[in-house]
Design a protein around this ligand. Structure first.
Ligand SMILES: Nc1nc2c(ncn2[C@@H]2O[C@H](COP(=O)(O)OP(=O)(O)OP(=O)(O)O)[C@@H](O)[C@H]2O)c(=O)[nH]1
Length: 358
């Protein structure tokens, strides 16, 4: 008995013992540390004094039903500390029976898992969102696109994928600094969100590239949105001591007419965006069939280059402008020009095998 009392007192878990009327008979020190309630605060009262508004009444009914039927219940529950702060606990409730099998006590044991839950949520958030803008990232966008496609397929609705790449954004970084570039990206993200409906998704793919998923939108609605996006993005950006203007190039690809799957829709919108860049920037283009072969070639080349760089089978890549340089794979996109030549925006690159001399 003395050992049991020692465990009760020293346990890191909060422990509460009630009678069959659920009136608290005793609690241990950890209970007081975790809840902020002393023994005097709670003895004679019911555990419901710790309830938070986060749990619906039906939850408690089900919980006690299970305790009484099975003799045990375990799960997560939001409670409230004495100071009103909600906390998440992992709680197990057990029944204590006498020799005749009659329930004589309930014992609740819990640990505070609020911090664990917060870190889980933070990890989940970081895995699905872009930290700079708070927008969904590519992974979350892809999930939403897949879901939207499944739904649109069933309901025979159209979907639009809108690729947005800011024009000459590098100049903002180069002239006003990377921090101002970051501020511009954050403001651009807010403007993009303002241009779409709540059910649409705006994501940042990386760098100055964004993508919008327009659900239940036909070509006409996608056109209106693209025009709205261009106008919103080209309005003045105000920073503490600077004002700045920037335009964007937009590419659109529609489900089901341009592609039936997520990858092809993304690839087609990307190709259309590059067509808009090629036609002087600050505009939008829809995907068209003639872009398909170009997009396919570029994808094959990108894949080949990525593999080549990963495996080191090409030691370096020549920029015709800046001479030899190793190309970091953050270079956003490469256009196919010839078997050993690619173009990224306005730069030309040739690449060579390491076995060959310069
Ligand atoms: N400030 C800031 N810059 C970034 C970030 N990520 C990438 N960049 C920069 O964004 C620029 C993207 O440039 P590009 O899209 O290649 O080129 P661009 O100047 O926009 O030219 P076009 O796309 O051809 O109009 C690069 O200079 C990157 O270094 C970021 O998180 N913050």
């Amino acid at each position: 008995m003395r050992l049991a009392a020692l465990v009760f007192d020293r346990a890191a878990e909060g422990v509460m013992v009630t009678d069959t009327e659920q009136q608290i008979l005793t609690v241990n020190d950890a209970f007081s540390t975790l809840t902020g309630c002393t023994r005097q605060d709670v003895v004679g009262k019911k555990p419901s004094l710790l309830r938070s508004e986060k749990m619906p009444p039906a939850f408690y009914a089900e919980m006690w039903d299970k305790v009484n039927r099975v003799g045990v219940w375990q799960g997560e529950i939001w409670n409230r500390r004495k100071n009103g702060e909600p906390y998440l606990e992992w709680l197990s409730i057990n029944t204590v029976k006498d020799k005749s099998g009659k329930v004589v006590n309930y014992v609740g044991m819990f640990s505070d898992i609020t911090k664990v839950r917060e870190s889980q949520q933070r990890i989940e958030y970081l895995a699905t969102h872009d930290e700079l803008t708070g927008l969904p990232n590519r992974a979350l966008f892809n999930d939403r696109l897949h879901l939207a496609l499944a739904r649109a397929d069933r309901s025979r609705e159209s979907i639009g994928v809108v690729f947005i790449d800011l024009d000459n954004f590098k100049m903002v970084n180069d002239t006003l600094g990377h921090e101002t570039g970051d501020k511009l990206l954050r403001q651009a993200a807010v403007r993009l969100l303002d241009c779409v409906r709540g059910e649409d998704t705006v994501a940042r793919l990386g760098g100055d590239e964004f993508v919008v998923l327009l659900v239940a939108a036909d070509r006409e609605q996608a056109t209106v949105t693209a025009e709205r996006l261009l106008i919103a993005l080209s309005a003045s950006y105000q920073f503490d001591e600077h004002e700045c203007f920037i335009s964007a190039s937009i590419g659109l690809s529609m489900f089901p007419e341009d592609a039936a799957d997520a990858n092809s829709l993304m690839r087609n919108a990307d190709a259309a965006m590059y067509r808009a860049k090629d036609h002087g920037k600050n505009g939008f283009r829809f995907f068209s069939a003639d872009l398909a072969s170009q997009a396919g070639k570029r994808l094959a080349l990108e894949t080949g280059l990525r593999r080549a760089i990963d495996t080191g089978s090409y030691s370096s890549i020549i920029s015709r402008r800046s001479g030899w340089k190793a190309i970091p794979w953050s270079v956003p996109r490469l256009w196919y020009v010839g078997p050993t030549t690619v173009r990224s925006s306005n730069r030309w690159y040739s690449f060579r095998s390491p076995s060959k001399a310069i």
